[in-house]
Design a protein around this ligand. Structure first.
Ligand SMILES: [Cu+2]
Length: 175
């Protein structure tokens, strides 16, 4: 499946919806296969955030971002050089993603298979500290601490907003 087609399916939600679960060769969907992260904000947009902002999942699980902020559009965008020239803050060889702008009520999903730490942000609100961190399986054996600690161009408010790897591994979920 090429990238464009895949993106379309993910944007439309079809790939995760009831449609595919009825096809025999697709593994039956369980509730735990899709984990939601909501995009929220205060009226007027003074504060915006992902909830949960830290999440531990298993390889092959799906993460779905849902914009539940009636007053703002948001994105979920992986830190990766191929997207807006950002430093890489996802595992090597993992597929970066960019949801594009999600209007209120819209959602976007990715299936994460490569173990490691994934940092992502909201394109218009990175400077408001709207970032999140997902750990798939467990941190990469090497390199993640360097990357976690690296400033590499992030605004301080974003860097400080990431929940620590230790806390995510301990709690599984960090609001
Ligand atoms: Cu945002």
């Amino acid at each position: 499946m090429n990238t464009q087609r895949r993106r379309f399916l993910l944007r439309s939600g079809c790939v995760l919806g009831a449609g595919l679960t009825s096809i025999p060769w697709v593994r039956p969907s369980r509730a735990a296969d899709v984990i939601d992260i909501v995009m929220k904000g205060t009226p007027g947009g003074a504060r915006v955030w992902f909830r949960p902002k830290g999440l531990l999942i298993q390889p092959g699980q799906t993460v779905r971002w849902i914009n539940q902020d009636p007053g703002n559009s948001h994105t979920a965008t992986a830190y990766h050089p191929s997207l807006f020239g950002k430093a890489q803050r996802i595992p090597d060889h993992a597929q970066p993603w960019d949801s594009g702008f999600l209007l209120p009520g819209e959602s976007f999903s990715v299936i994460l298979t490569t173990p490691g730490i994934y940092d992502y942000y909201c394109l218009p609100h990175e400077h408001a500290g709207m970032v999140g961190r997902i750990i798939v399986g467990q941190p990469e054996p090497r390199g993640w601490q360097t990357r976690e600690d690296a400033q590499n161009g992030l605004p301080a408010v974003a860097l400080q907003a990431f929940p620590s790897v230790e806390l995510i591994m301990k709690q599984g979920i960090v609001d």
